[in-house]
Design a protein around this ligand. Structure first.
Ligand code: TXA
Ligand code: MG
Length: 354
């Protein structure tokens, strides 16, 4: 049986937060319950990071496998000493530069952090979110919050309270509704525990931004998609998948990629399939007159990131059977969009030769 709770939704105005509005959430956290809250990336499903039973409720509610470790969220860098040990000067410097923000750092775990959070590893993932609701919740509850994204396992991450309720209503005590999240893809996960700074998951902070301070930073092979078997625990291929089949198309020449996608869409439509085209930009002219749903993520990569998961959910509720996606450029936040689409496609990548 998954974790059960009567779900209370609390709407909040980020400009006028009142401590009293947080009381039900703080009470739920103190008794080992679950609270969904907005961050600047996606909504998180939080529990007391020091309480192994509360953390177990997260896995139960999400139906998440126990070998997929959680991120611990702090109100500020000063709280770090309670969850991590042996913080190096480099870690402290990067944290000072990017926190609060969409960067998660891997550190040596403090013995007070239970195995349930780290899946038994001796490292812990930590970040300070930039969202005022997340920060105030952590401050008022007085505890670091272990929180994965507030979706059911393998579903697209939630970027609104409605997405959280769609997946977890009846499985979370309190949902704090702060509207749509700004960035829309999860944090970048950076491992500074080895000799080479390594990005385990591209996200809200770009590789280029990290390279300014860490010139030798590399992408982990799993994040580069060279070898699916190299995936770290929890970095499963089947992540972010909507119910329909997703196919990702790439190639040097956009016109040729579009022509290829249109051709395939035509034949799928002839077979009677419900088809959608998803574009990472607003270049949609190649699909004029096509009897398929054509969705654009927006006119630039930042906007595309913020719309990505909502679009996947919309296409899913329209019972789309096949989603043909033109891959974005891998620069800036485009790398994170590429990564999420590749996972939604479960690695089904079509390269159109130019
Ligand atoms: O933006 C975000 O990161 C959001 C918000 C809620 O903060 N959280 C999020 O959490 O995306 P989640 O659980 O969906 O992804 C956490 C990932 C795990 O899947 C795992 O790959 C990685 O963080 N992770 C956690 N602890 C780790 C560790 N000790 N070593 C390596 N990777 C770890
Ligand atoms: Mg997640």
């Amino acid at each position: 049986m998954p974790y059960r709770a009567e779900t209370t939704l609390i709407r909040m105005d980020v400009q006028h937060l009142q401590d009293s509005q947080f009381l039900p959430a703080v009470a739920a956290l103190r008794r080992g319950g679950l609270v969904a809250f907005p961050t600047e990336t996606v909504y998180g499903l939080g529990a007391n990071a020091f309480d192994a039973l509360a953390v177990a409720n997260i896995f139960s509610a999400k139906e998440r496998p126990a070998n997929d470790p959680l991120i611990v969220h702090l109100a500020d860098q000063a709280q770090l000493a309670t969850v991590a040990r042996h913080v190096t000067p480099q870690m402290a410097q990067i944290a000072a530069l990017f926190w609060p923000g969409a960067l998660t750092l891997i550190m040596q775990r403090h013995p007070d952090i239970p195995d349930a959070v780290t899946s038994g590893q001796d490292t812990v993932a930590v970040r300070v979110p930039a969202h005022p609701i997340a920060r105030q919740l952590i401050l008022l509850s007085g505890m670091p919050l272990a929180a994965p994204s507030a979706n059911r396992f393998s579903r697209p991450s939630p970027t609104s309270a409605a997405h959280v309720l769609a997946d977890l209503s009846g499985r979370v005590d309190v949902v704090l509704d702060g509207g749509s999240t700004r960035i829309g893809v999860e944090s970048t996960i950076l491992d500074l525990t080895g000799t080479v700074p390594t990005i385990l998951r591209p996200g809200g902070v770009s590789l280029e931004a990290l390279r300014v301070y860490l010139p030798h930073v590399v992408l982990h092979s799993a994040a580069l998609h060279h070898d699916a078997r190299a995936l770290a625990p929890g970095m499963l291929l089947r992540h972010y998948s909507p119910d329909g089949e997703v196919l990702l198309f790439t190639g040097e020449n956009r016109a040729q990629v579009d022509a290829h996608m249109r051709h395939l869409a035509d034949s799928l439509l002839t077979e009677g399939k419900r088809v959608a085209i998803l574009l990472p930009d607003d270049h949609a002219a190649a699909y004029d007159g096509l009897a398929a749903t054509v969705m654009s993520l927006g006119d630039d990569a930042t906007h595309a990131a913020s719309q990505l998961f909502a679009c996947l959910r919309t296409l899913e509720s329209a019972q789309t059977e096949v989603i043909l996606v033109r891959a974005p450029h891998q620069e800036g936040i485009g790398l994170a969009i590429w990564d999420r689409l590749w996972r939604a496609a479960e690695g089904r990548l079509v390269t159109v030769a130019g």
